[in-house]
Design a protein. Sequence first.
Length: 230
Amino acid sequence: MSIKSCIDAFFNLLFPRSCVVCGGCLVRGEEYVCTVCNSRMPRTNYHLLPDNEIEKRFWGKSRVERATSYFFYTKGSDYRHILYQLKYKGSKEIGEVMGRYMAKELLSSGFFQGIDFIVPVPLHPKKKKSRGYNQSEWIALGISHVTGIPVDTETLIRVVANNTQTRKSVFERWENVQHVFQVVCPENIKGKHVLIVDDVLTTGATILSCATALTKSTNVKVSIIALAVA
């Protein structure tokens, strides 16, 4: 056993790592989610279903090549802790880990085939400064580490610091994100296939606003992936 492994084992003994889902102790090789909770995760498997429920949410609103989400989010589910830790408790690294898990499972399906850039849903600079990071960027980094597709955080920006979507109705969510995103370097994505990454997809209003801004550029194709879907 290497010195680093001995040190890690010593610290794990003093400060055991816990599964964010069930609270049980993690063993060596497990990251944030234990093997049992990982196996029981309510996966959507939408990447295997053409014309799936997420893709249908964008029909008649924006042309989307492919769309999927890793797991179902339901109120009261223990799996909500993944999102809570990522978004509100500063555990940005869990985004990268979950992005890797997601990408490894989807890779063989061809979901990422032909995609040129990964574009995380941007936060307004004030919001990013307040939180300290963009959780969608960390998910995108995990996907990139597995697929080798570069992450682009420069082309699409958020120009309006609108209010949180959490307590808004469906109509208010759509209204709240109109014209809040802007493409600053359209030549970067001309003729490209872009994958938009978000943490949680509810009505799809935020991602649609991103897609609308991106597809104003010539011949841009858009696909969508979210860590969770409500």
